[in-house]
Design a binder for this molecule. Structure first.
Ligand code: MLT
Length: 238
């Protein structure tokens, strides 16, 4: 495996989209809670249009912009709202500022996965079993810029793969992004919530009184669920 953060090839065999705060944490939570699928959109109008064709009792519309819930939608982007009572048997139609766009950008890869800290173990297990030849780990960041929490999560995935395979360090030498991500994760692995407090989007969410979301998203390996793309833009439990 060669996990990378800055893609140069057209598409990898396996693309892992990361938006720890909070889109991919929400997606993993929905599927773990019995949601039928998660369908991602960059455009809110398109989401409304496509979801119209779905039975009302089988759908939920989630919309987030700038960290806040889009008025008129059933949900914003808080994983804590995605309880089994709310999501079981339903499809989540979701559009967020960055995370759903990232998934759309890589939808042509052979395998597309949504990853966060909460399902890191399931992602690593998949990589070790399937051994894809090229892997990108794509941090969603914020409107095109770097984010601490997504980079640390990419590092957490790479760190575990290296630790569990005993991959020689010269295999990753020269991949500055992945070395940087592993270093960031190594420094903060025992205090991910503390790292989120330093992150610009962590601060934004704290201003929006989403402390409980930060806390939830900072837990590692709590959900054994792997959201995998089944058709373009539609993720289901693997
Ligand atoms: C995003 O897609 O930008 C995020 O998930 C924003 C959020 O925290 O809701």
């Amino acid at each position: 495996h060669t996990p990378e953060l800055t893609p140069v090839d057209k598409v990898p065999e396996c693309a892992i989209a990361v938006d720890v705060l909070r889109a991919t944490s929400t997606m993993a939570t929905v599927l773990a809670a019995g949601g039928e699928a998660v369908q991602v959109f960059s455009d809110l109008d398109q989401l409304i249009q496509v979801s119209e064709s779905w039975p009302a009792e089988k759908r939920l519309r989630a919309g987030e912009r700038g960290g806040a819930k889009v008025p008129g939608f059933d949900l914003g982007n808080s994983p804590l709202d995605c309880t089994p009572e709310r999501v079981e048997g339903r499809r989540l139609f979701i559009s967020t500022t960055n995370g759903t766009r990232t998934l759309q950008r890589v939808q042509d890869a052979q395998t597309v996965i949504a990853a966060a800290f909460i399902n890191r173990g399931a992602v690593v297990k998949y990589l070790l079993e399937m051994q894809p030849q090229t892997v990108w780990i794509i941090g969603s960041g914020w409107e095109g810029s770097f984010s601490l929490e997504d980079t640390a999560c990419a590092g957490a995935i790479a760190y575990a793969v290296i630790e569990q395979t005993g991959l020689p360090t010269d295999e990753i030498a020269g991949n500055d992004e992945v070395i940087n991500a592993i270093a960031l994760y190594s420094q903060w692995q025992d205090n991910l919530l503390g790292l989120f407090h330093h992150a610009s989007h962590g601060k934004r969410l704290l201003r929006l009184e989403c402390y409980e979301d930060l806390k939830y998203c900072s837990q590692a390996d709590t959900l054994d669920v792997l959201p995998v793309q089944k058709e373009p833009g539609v993720l289901k439990r693997y």
